[in-house]
Structure formats: C-alpha cells, structure tokens
Design a protein. Structure first.
Length: 384
C-alpha cells in the first residue's frame, strides 16, 4: 500500500535538513536508518493505526530530505521493523517481528525489499515462544547476522542466526542461563567472522540489571561473555568495532537527580574495559545513548536522548568523542517543547551523518502526544 506522507523539510546550501514524517493516524516510530545509493536515506520502523494492527514501515528520502516513497508491510496483527541493512545494488533487508503470519506467538521476521520498496521475499523464524529480530549486520563473505531475543520457557535470552543471501539459516543459537533473563539490544558482525552481542541481564536475588556483552565465533559458539556493573541498573544499547576492540554505549543507573546517565565504554578484544565515560557529568542532567558509530577520523559518534535541568521530556542528543580516550569533542541537542529522541544513526566519511528517531514537538497529526518519525542530516559538527 502506497502512503502519502507529510514532510517538513528545511534544506540549506550544505544539504543539511530536518524532516518530520507522518505515515499513520497515531504513532510512528523510527527504529533504524542507513545511507543508500545516490545520497539517499532509508528509514525503517513502526506505524501504529487505530484501523488495524501495527505495521512495519520503510521510507526513502532524497538528498534534501524529501520523501521519495514509503510503504507499510504486514498483516492484520502486530508487525514491526527494528533494523535495516543495505545490500548494494539490490535493495535492503529489514527485520523485526510479526504476529500476522503464524498461529503461534510473535516470530522473528525478515523482509527483502528492492530499491523501489517492492517485496522480493518475506520469511518468519520462530520456535515455541516469542522471537524478535533486533539487529542486522553483514559479514564480508556476503552472509548475514540477525540478532534478537527469545522468550521461550518464560525467560528472555539472546538469539542469533547466520543466514545466506536468501534468508536460509546456516546456524541458529540461543544464549542464556535458565534461571536468569538476558535482553539483547544490538548485535554486530565482526571482522574475524564472529559477532558481538550486547544488552543486559537481570541477575541476582534483587534482579538488578547489569550490562552484558558476549563474543561468539564464526560457528556461533561463545568465546567469552562479560557482565558489567557500575551503579544501579545498566544496559548496553549499541556497539561498534574499532581497531583492537569495541565501543559500546548505553544507560547507567540514575544519579542524584533520579535521571539516567548515558555512557560510552571501550572494550578490548577480550571484553575488558579500557575506559568508561559517563555523560552528562553533573547530577542535574541525564540522558541515554542508543546508537554509536565510528567515523573515518577515528572519532566516535553516539546519539540518544538528553534531559536538561528540570526537563520532564528529553531532547534528541548527539555527542562526538575521541576514540582513544572518550574525551568529548562536541555535543548538540535538538528539540522544542516536547519529546525528541534519536534511535539510530549512520555516518560515512563523504556523506556525513544522518539520524532518525521520534518527535512530538513537530508532530503533523491532529492530536499532540503522538509520535512522528524524525530524521536529521547534519554537517561534520552536528549543525543543521
């Protein structure tokens, strides 16, 4: 079904822009973004309507942020997209979960679409419980990693699939401890043919959440896993491979203000912490970092949501740090009178950075308190 979207585009000479996109009467949430051919941008997420169940949605924007096309995907039940990866010259893989194509619970769902948004194939992956695909990544041999979680046996555990280009499963593994729950938030294919899986685990008698990282090899076997505890509840939300290790971002326990603190940590190849930085540094502000990427100059870019002094709703937050020691190079916030949040980002050395998430301040719906897709393209310093 072809949709008509409202796009509020503010181009400038440097081709930076802001777009607020509406696809349904109620909430629209962007979960993933990536660059594609010809300076275009692809955004994937969730479209919620009162006429039918949730649908996965994918939209393509041109170099100035204008909508080229957008489609909804799914059936009559709840279907959603969490992640997208570009397949150069062929189209895109998008993944999430679906409840429309099975008489069982939610299943992991992967759709291959062409460059025009047309479906090439669609497949679901499931067992006896509930499954969701949260992250997609690609190895150098052309195979794909899909990482997610399963709620089999009343516990949540990490889940990973290796697949060929047609979506056929090469191997499939579940990771976890029967007496605990693990919640995966990201998974990345690594240069050695393995993968890094990150998230959190509820551990101990008080079920406090601790950040969790797990390295698997090319067959899906666990090489190491580490649990990280700082103060309060912690979680890793995203990871990127850099040189001789990884940078992970997430949320640390609340400070004196009761607000969470965003953090970045650099891990070596064995999962040991090289450095750890929390932002903001004072107790009156807070934030969460949901996405991270490495830039060509060696810096690390992270994005999420930022709570200013006394604010009840967050602004979108972008922060650039030195990849060697985590020192802040610059940071920006974007927002107005209501909620803004960045869920994902994509950067290249030539095209710069693009970010996607949700906005309420710039909602194009008839009622406030509904989310719209929020996409931003900035220059190298985060300026729009």
């Amino acid at each position: 079904m072809l949709l008509t979207l409202c796009a509020c585009v503010v181009p400038d000479l440097a081709q930076t822009w802001v777009s607020a996109l509406k696809t349904a009467p109620l909430d629209d949430n962007a979960q993933a973004v990536t660059w594609t051919d010809g300076w275009r941008v692809i955004v994937a997420g969730i479209s919620r309507s009162d006429q039918r169940g949730d649908d996965g949605v994918v939209g393509q924007l041109d170099a100035s942020g204008s909508v080229m096309w957008s489609f909804q995907y799914g059936g009559e039940a709840v279907d959603l997209f969490q992640t997208i990866v570009s397949v150069p010259g062929r189209g895109y893989w998008v993944a999430g979960s679906s409840n429309s194509f099975s008489d069982r619970n939610d299943e992991g769902w992967i759709v291959m679409i062409g460059r025009d948004g047309a479906v090439k194939w669609s497949r679901t992956y499931g067992g006896s419980g509930q499954e969701v695909a949260i992250a997609l990544s690609r190895w150098s041999d052309g195979s794909f990693l899909a990482a997610g979680r399963t709620n089999d046996f009343s516990q949540s555990h990490f889940l990973a699939w290796k697949m060929d280009e047609r979506g056929n499963v090469i191997w499939h593994h579940t990771y976890g401890i029967d007496t605990e729950s693990e919640f995966l938030h990201d998974g990345i294919a690594t240069s050695d043919g393995g993968a890094l899986l990150v998230g959190s685990t509820s551990y101990g008698q008080d079920y406090q959440d601790n950040a969790l990282a797990m390295k698997i090899d090319s067959t899906g076997s666990v090489e190491w896993q580490r649990m990280y505890s700082m103060q309060g509840d912690e979680a890793f939300f995203s990871a990127v491979e850099i040189g001789d290790g990884f940078v992970v971002v997430g949320e640390a326990g609340t400070g004196h203000s009761g607000l969470p603190r965003g953090f970045l940590a650099r891990l070596d190849t064995d999962g040991n912490v090289v450095w750890h930085r929390e932002y903001p540094v004072d107790s009156l502000r807070g934030g969460r970092l949901y996405a991270v990427t490495m830039r060509g100059d060696g810096s690390v870019m992270a994005a999420g949501e930022y709570f200013a002094n006394g604010a009840q709703t967050p602004d979108a937050w972008l922060i650039s740090v030195d990849g060697v020691d985590g020192e802040v190079l610059w940071q920006r916030t974007y927002g107005a009178f209501d909620l803004e949040r960045i869920e994902d980002l994509a950067c290249t050395s030539v095209r710069g950075c693009v970010f996607a998430g949700i906005t309420r301040s710039y909602s194009s719906g008839q009622l406030f308190n509904y989310n719209d897709v929020f996409a931003i393209r900035t220059d190298d310093r985060g300026e729009v």
